[in-house]
Design a protein around this ligand. Structure first.
Ligand code: FAD
Ligand code: AMP
Length: 467
């Protein structure tokens, strides 16, 4: 196994569960110089970002929502050092946990770089410079991805920063500019906005959240702007320069050339596969035009016995997608059945309100020419959401008109990222809207919104007016 991120480490554990002898080589080095398992997700991605999203949301709620509950909270002060210490300790705990899981499963972890040589040999260079070679029956490449750099705004990691840097700021920037209104840009923009920064988000596309259902995207844009995120669409960044402790950003939009000045600039324009020095010539591993390792439907590369999973191969760059591929590959190697259903991968944006979806958007369904029924249920009509002071957003379900099969579920609102699990399970089982309608949901719960949206598909919602 090369790489111990969310694709590589589950593959290692499952392979060991399948009775194989497993070595996992990982090159991750933290900013303090220490090695750690867990890859981008645990060290610099999913987990630290969620820690800060949670803390900053609590601050926001304490300041602006407690009063509605009749709680007067005065003297609320942000202690960013404590907040960051908490983030770091969660990360340490989780990455250390993988070490314990490896030990329990009998996986040998090596901290260093792995390089595939022809004939399924792996050259290992440990961080102390010592070298060795391993012979393997199977090699799984799980080398992940890295932030995309813009030629017009090169990282200096102090003023022009990537997402990892932006998770470790030790003071709140007065003015922050984010390039890219994608998942990472919106999450990081939200964190620092709630902690007090003035935030401008520049997005080249005219459509906000073009990957999401546009009804959901419209609702999201309205909320984010209300929270003070200054989202500028159709704004393509053309340059950035640092002078006198500030970044000057130039961009062009419909009105022409523009500039703005910020204390920090986060470049969040996506990630690209990381395959630097991962394999020697002559191994048979090949990259596609976009730099992803070429694999078939079951993650086999062009080299016999060499597999690749996670962000370094095609498909959405999501931890749970990589995990599923890693597990599947470990099972295929052991001669077991495995299948990854790429049509049913949930996406979540952990902003407030949260955004989550699975399956096709309304735009995709219409483009495919499928006749569909749509049911929408607003959280404003949910007793639980009201009790939580979180009655914003809605659940939208798309179902095929002929078969009633659920084609897509889109949620914006409280705990959307948790609620989407029910929709994902339903779609995995090829459920119909009627299946959800006939499933009893506890009252009062947020999940009832899914039940009611399924009823609304046939204009039979009880708790909202059917249109
Ligand atoms: P990685 O996690 O990148 O791990 C690859 C590992 O391989 C690294 O440790 C690397 O050092 C190591 N490696 C690379 N080359 C070598 C080599 N030659 N030898 C040895 N080791 C090597 N996804 C979600 O699903 N949910 C989220 O909420 C989410 N939030 C995110 C927030 C941020 C700020 C970022 C940046 C990403 C987020 N992601 C999220 C994406 C998620 O982190 C990635 O999809 C996931 O980490 C990919 O897993 P991976 O195992 O393929 O690669
Ligand atoms: P994601 O791929 O979800 O991380 O989102 C990255 C976002 O960055 C996309 O919405 C891109 O359109 C946007 N983007 C890429 N390059 C630029 C640029 N030069 N200026 C502004 N936005 C950009």
């Amino acid at each position: 196994m090369i790489g111990a991120g969310p694709a590589g480490y589950p593959a290692a554990i499952r392979a060991a569960q399948n009775g194989l002898k497993v070595v996992c080589v990982d090159a991750w080095v933290n900013r303090d110089g220490g090695s750690a398992l867990g890859g981008t997700c645990l060290n610099a991605g999913c987990i630290p970002s969620k820690a800060l999203l949670e803390s900053s949301e609590l601050l926001h709620r304490a300041r602006s929502e407690f009063a509605a509950h009749g709680i007067t909270a005065s003297g609320i002060v942000l202690d960013l050092a404590v907040m960051q210490k908490r983030r770091a300790s969660i990360v340490r705990n989780m990455t250390g946990g993988i070490g314990s899981l490896f030990k329990a499963a009998g996986v040998t972890a090596i901290f260093g770089r792995g390089r595939l040589l022809p004939g399924r040999r792996v050259e290992v260079t440990r961080h102390d410079g010592s070298r060795s070679e391993l012979d393997a029956r199977h090699v799984v490449l799980a080398s992940g991805s890295e932030p995309t750099e813009l030629k017009s705004a090169r990282f200096d990691h102090e003023y022009i920063v990537d997402s990892w840097d932006a998770l470790e700021f030790d003071s709140v920037p007065g003015k922050l500019c984010v390039i890219g209104a994608g998942v990472i840009g919106l999450e990081l923009g939200s964190v620092w906005r709630r902690l007090g920064a003035e935030v401008v988000v520049l997005e080249a596309l005219e459509n906000f959240l073009a990957i999401a259902d546009q009804q959901l995207a419209g609702e999201a844009a309205r909320h984010f702007r209300k929270q003070g995120l200054d989202i500028r669409l159709g704004a393509k960044v053309t340059g950035a320069s640092v002078a006198n402790g500030a970044v000057s950003v130039s961009y062009s939009d419909r009105a022409g050339a523009q500039t703005l000045t910020a204390d920090k600039l986060i470049v969040a324009v996506g990630r690209r596969p990381y395959t630097t020095d991962l394999y020697a010539p002559g191994t048979g591993v090949e990259l596609d035009q976009r730099g992803f390792i070429q694999v078939d439907d079951q993650c086999r590369t062009g080299a016999d016995g060499v597999w690749a999973v996670g962000d370094c191969v095609r498909g959405p760059m999501l931890a749970h997608k990589g995990k599923e591929e890693g597990i599947a590959v470990a099972d295929l190697i052991a001669g077991r059945y495995a299948h990854v259903n790429y049509d049913v991968i949930p996406s979540v944006i952990y902003t407030a309100p949260e955004i989550a979806w699975v399956g096709q958007t309304e735009e995709q369904v219409r483009a495919a020419g499928t006749d569909c029924k749509i049911g929408v249920f607003p959280f404003a009509a949910s007793g639980r959401a009201r009790a939580m002071e979180a009655a914003v957003g809605f659940v939208k379900i798309l179902a095929a008109r002929d078969s009633d099969t659920i084609l897509g579920v889109h949620i914006i609102g409280p705990m959307a990222g948790e609620l989407i699990a029910e929709a994902t399970l339903a779609m995995e089982f090829q459920a119909s809207a009627e299946d959800l309608q006939r499933t009893i949901h506890a009252h009062p719960t947020l999940a009832e919104a899914l039940h009611e949206a399924a009823l609304a598909v046939d204009k039979r919602a009880i708790d909202s007016i059917n249109r």
